[in-house]
Design a protein around this ligand. Structure first.
Ligand SMILES: [Zn+2]
Length: 215
């Protein structure tokens, strides 16, 4: 037995590895689940006309892998998730000069709980250059989003973000990890438009497959 094998066996006793998508033993992400994380680009349009392009459907193995990455801190999954974000961005980018890429900020509570910023990490892994800290959470705004319907969630979100600079004349593309109702993206769009930006679209890693149109 080599030292490396011995070390891996010792570690696997401490922290057994299972596939992040299907829980198959002894593998970070199995071959089948790697295939499931290949980009499946889809687009939907929110009530303001904002076009949201996602790289994956947020369900089944994909959903479990994203949760393992975001909530369980399995950061090595970023390399398997990044291609989907890259594909969504390629589809979301309109012709013309490249827009400014602005990430939807993680909530302070989320950052504290996880200790890392999922969107920032995914973007780096995907080779995207995000504009730094142009959207900020407003302290004290918004509450828990659990157990609330879509209208209530949107109302709660209103005023929870602000743009940290004058963006007059700037074209902006929003970047996010998981989109469910779209209420956070709408709030980000509102905050940016308030400061003069034109929001040309949004690219996200995954979205719940409600009404999306497969491309
Ligand atoms: Zn698997």
């Amino acid at each position: 037995m080599t030292t490396r094998t011995a070390l891996r066996e010792a570690l696997s006793v401490v922290s057994p590895v299972a596939c992040a998508g299907c829980a198959a033993p002894d593998v970070e992400l199995c071959t089948d689940c790697r295939v499931r994380l290949e980009p499946a680009v889809r687009s939907r349009t929110l009530v303001t006309g904002l076009r949201v392009v996602s790289g994956l459907d947020y369900e089944f193995e994909v959903r479990r892998a994203v949760i393992a990455f975001k909530q369980q801190g399995r950061l090595r999954l970023a390399r398997w998730l990044a291609p989907a974000l890259r594909a969504a961005l390629a589809e979301a980018c309109p012709p013309g000069a490249p827009p400014l890429l602005i990430a939807v900020p993680a909530s302070r509570a989320g950052l504290r709980r996880r200790g890392f910023d999922p969107v920032g990490l995914l973007a780096r892994e995907a080779g995207l250059v995000l504009a730094p800290r142009l959207l900020k959470s407003v302290v004290g705004a918004g509450g828990s989003q659990k157990h609330r319907d879509r209208v209530q969630r949107h109302r709660d979100r209103l005023g929870s973000l602000r743009a940290a600079a004058d963006l007059t004349g700037r074209r902006v593309l929003l970047v996010d990890d998981v989109v469910t109702t779209g209420s956070t993206l709408l709030e980000a769009e509102r905050a940016l438009v308030t400061n003069g930006a034109t929001v040309v679209g949004a690219a996200c890693l995954a979205s719940t497959p409600l009404t999306g149109r497969r491309l």
